[in-house]
Design a protein around this ligand. Structure first.
Ligand SMILES: O=C(O)CCC(=O)C(=O)O
Ligand SMILES: [Fe+2]
Length: 202
């Protein structure tokens, strides 16, 4: 965890509840980020899943893919099923994140936001298979998008972090209990973004 101090930046992370969330731009160089972005877009077996919205079934407004340790018990249907095996790129990123996160991850969810119409609605990642206080390490490549967080009990407590190309966002234990997050749709034109959230499935 100490290494995180090396990356500590003022700027937009000011005011963030850093007990819960820390932002580190430039964990990957622009060239590394370009390489990963293009590789993930081209070679990931993306799926668009269906989600329930009230009574209706709608297509999730982004593409997703799960990768992870094949030995893990992914018995919670609908959330994590049949993870794809780790690729060399995902393993390299995972190994870079683990010492910074203080956690060994066994799975990663990839999200592909094709343009400004793709999004993820307010939620917290609190599924039981993630344990009570999950640490989630998030890496972003491509289009800068705003990651909004708000306090569940008081929506006026709200922050936004611009997740830049090659950046790392550490969601610490406790965040998911008290805060929810989203990537809102954008009315200005946006290019592709791939986000990776490394998780521990228990
Ligand atoms: O795309 C992002 O930055 C966040 C994705 C997210 O919240 C999730 O997959 O649970
Ligand atoms: Fe999330």
């Amino acid at each position: 965890m100490e290494q995180l101090a090396l990356f500590a930046m003022a700027g937009q992370s000011k005011g963030l509840p850093t007990d819960y969330l820390e932002y580190f731009p430039g964990l990957f160089t622009t060239q590394e980020g370009d390489y990963f972005l293009n590789k993930f877009i081209a070679e990931t077996p993306w799926k668009q899943s269906v989600q329930k919205m009230y009574d209706k079934e709608v297509l999730t407004p982004r593409l997703t893919a799960w990768f992870g340790d094949l030995g893990t018990d992914y018995s919670n249907p609908g959330l994590v099923s049949n993870p794809l095996p780790w690729t060399p790129e995902l393993l390299a990123i995972k190994e870079k994140l683990e010492p910074l996160s203080g956690v060994k991850f066994n799975s990663v969810l990839l999200n592909y936001y094709r343009d400004g119409n793709d999004s993820v609605a307010w939620h917290s990642d609190k599924e039981s298979i993630l344990g009570k206080h999950p640490v989630i390490a998030s890496v972003s490549f491509g289009q800068v998008r705003s990651f909004d967080i708000r306090n569940k009990a008081d929506h006026s407590q709200k922050f936004s972090v611009r997740l830049e190309h090659g950046s790392f966002l550490l969601m610490k234990s406790g965040l998911q209990e008290q805060w929810e997050h989203r990537i809102a749709k954008s009315s200005t034109p946006m290019t592709a973004r791939v986000n990776l959230t490394f998780r521990v499935v228990i």
